[in-house]
Design a protein around this ligand. Sequence first.
Ligand code: GRF
Length: 201
Amino acid sequence: ARLVVLVSGSGTNLQALLDAIAADPDGYGARIVAVGADREGIAGLERAERAGLPTFVCRVQDHPTREAWDAALAEAVAGYEPDLVVSAGFMKIVGKAFLARFGGRTVNTHPALLPSFPGAHAVRDALASGVKVTGCTVHFVDEGVDTGPVIAQGVVEVRDEDDESALHERIKEVERQLLVEVVGRLARHGYRIEGRKVRIQ
Ligand code: GRF
């Protein structure tokens, strides 16, 4: 399967996918054909370039409207003819134009146990809420914010001494493994989305 991965930051989830594919290029069942970002100058793009991958940047401020940006992102992604799009720390919400083309085959990874703590501050919100366990979720992207059908989740305990970055780092250790495992399974076995349920063949 052909993957396009979208990033906005350090790209350690992208790196986990790159490493898993490099370790077993034939067995993994997928390869990354391009990496896209919503901003320049991030480690995620450097990781892609180091791996010799094509990259593209689609910045909101370069477009007259949010809808125009969404359409441009869809166009850029479509150019690489992906089977699956992986949002790995991509910090923008895609819209109708993007979902018209890639809805049902775009997965996102989120550092909380959805539907708890959606949005851009999941780890901070979990800490503030006093929960004893949190975790990460890989889900299909729909028109909402972190609301699409859940594919897999991983649980991470919250420790008394945790601050946001310590807890997020511990979540990311689980998240990277979960994402690698889920993307490989979707790519190798195919899947069906039935309402809120995801069936992997
Ligand atoms: C991940 O925890 C992702 O779920 C969240 O931001 C983090 C991105 O990490 N949206 P990285 O860029 O993959 O290192």
